[in-house]
Ligand binder design. Structure first.
Ligand code: AMP
Length: 393
């Protein structure tokens, strides 16, 4: 990896300002539903503490849009983090200002404080330089461990590095960069991509970028139907983006010219409505008023054929409406199959990651990304602003 990490800097006695992703789901009693993101940041936090740093953590939570929202305070996060670390994490009521500066100036080596939700200030998402400067003034070393927001140029992810010379990746961030870089620049082959999810429009740039890198792309989910339609086939009332039919056709032609195999579903689980109590059946041709909600068993077999010898697999987007369990079979069959392969398996964040964790297969994959949007932009070949600004090795 060509970026410096927290291991490349001396932390002893330094104020280490760490951008983490504590954007955790809270229930209506403001209790944390899933603390995976807090756990994910522990290695970096522990390392900074163990090496004598004075740790200042900052994060956003939800979308308060520049106002203080009581339901979006980071207080429950500080409590959970204290439990997980077995030491007190002091939570402040703001992320900038005189009181914050005072507390920070009194910190001792190994202390940990958590600043209040960055997005209580509209300047955070606007990447306001004055706000970034105020955040930067709190630390001496900047560490970004929040891959999930690295595709956004915000004050705490991008602007801040103009005022803090030392800017490095935390362990979580470094791991994300390593896996994606390897897959996109020097992947062991055959390299197969699995793409699904609701919309073609979200994945066009991913397909374009991957066409120069992969041996095959397997397409399922709602996005498959625009491709199937582009071949002149019937898709009933399945998900369709009419204005993307031509693009889908062009992508198929480009793939052919580049020698990349695109595999579309050849059979489907169809349903008369999106509901657990619907009528369903498996077909090869979708009749009117029925919609494809999952790939069918023959498609699963076709996908397996392509995946069997793969050495690198990247997957972004579920292959059916997996939130309804009777439409989750195709996604689950493919997940179980790749879990048993001797290949590097990289799972994009968001829905694909939740599907994998629902099937209990989290530990069977090589890497599950913590960033939905960020991983998608990586696969599009974009430079993520929050990564670009980190110090080069
Ligand atoms: P995305 O956010 O683009 O990755 O899309 C994820 C969503 O795609 C999930 O909520 C799935 O329910 C949905 N999805 C998957 N397959 C289909 C399908 N055949 N028809 C409609 N939506 C789908």
């Amino acid at each position: 990896m060509d970026k410096k990490t927290i291991k490349d800097v001396e932390l002893k006695g330094k104020r280490v300002l760490i951008r983490v992703d504590f954007n955790v789901p809270l229930n209506k009693d403001l209790k944390i539903d899933d603390d995976a993101r807090i756990r994910g940041a522990l290695p970096t936090i522990k390392y900074a503490v163990d090496n004598g740093g004075r740790v200042i953590l900052m994060s956003h939570l939800g979308r308060p849009k520049g106002k203080v929202e009581e339901s979006m305070r980071l207080t429950p996060v500080a409590e959970r983090l204290s439990e997980l670390l077995g030491r007190h994490v002091k939570k402040l009521d703001d992320c900038i200002g005189r009181e914050v500066k005072k507390v920070v100036s009194e910190m001792k080596d190994g202390d940990i404080i958590l600043l209040e939700n960055l997005r209580f200030h509209i300047e955070e998402t606007k990447n306001d330089p004055e706000f970034a400067k105020k955040l930067a003034s709190l630390g001496e070393i900047y560490v970004n461990d929040a891959f999930g927001t690295a595709h956004r140029a915000h004050a705490s992810t991008e602007g801040i590095t103009r005022f803090l010379k030392i800017a490095v990746a935390g362990f979580l961030m470094a791991k994300e960069i390593e896996y994606f870089e390897k897959a996109l620049s020097d992947p062991p082959k055959p390299f197969v991509a699995i793409l699904g999810g609701a919309k073609v429009s979200d994945k066009i740039m991913v397909i374009e970028n991957l066409l120069d890198k992969v041996n095959a792309i397997l397409i399922g989910g709602g996005m498959a139907y625009t491709f199937i339609k582009s071949e002149g086939k019937e898709i009933g009332s399945s998900k369709l983006e009419p204005e993307k039919i031509d693009t889908a056709r062009t992508l198929m032609q480009e793939a052919m010219q580049k020698g990349v195999k695109i595999v579309l579903p050849i059979d489907h689980l169809i349903s008369d409505k999106i509901d657990a109590n619907s009528n369903t059946r498996v077909v090869e041709t979708i009749p009117q008023n029925w919609m494809g909600v999952d790939i069918g068993p023959k498609t699963v077999d076709e996908f397996k054929k392509e995946l069997r010898n793969a050495k690198t697999i990247v997957w972004n987007g579920p292959l059916g409406i997996f939130e309804i369990s009777k439409f989750a079979r195709g996604t689950e069959d493919i997940a179980r199959f790749i879990a048993g392969l001797n290949a590097t398996t990289i799972i994009g964040g968001g829905d694909t990651a939740s599907a994998i964790s629902r099937f209990g297969l989290k530990d069977a994959m090589t890497h599950i990304s913590t960033g939905g949007g960020a991983s998608l932009e990586y696969l599009e070949g974009k430079t993520l602003p929050g990564i670009a600004v980190l110090n080069d090795k």
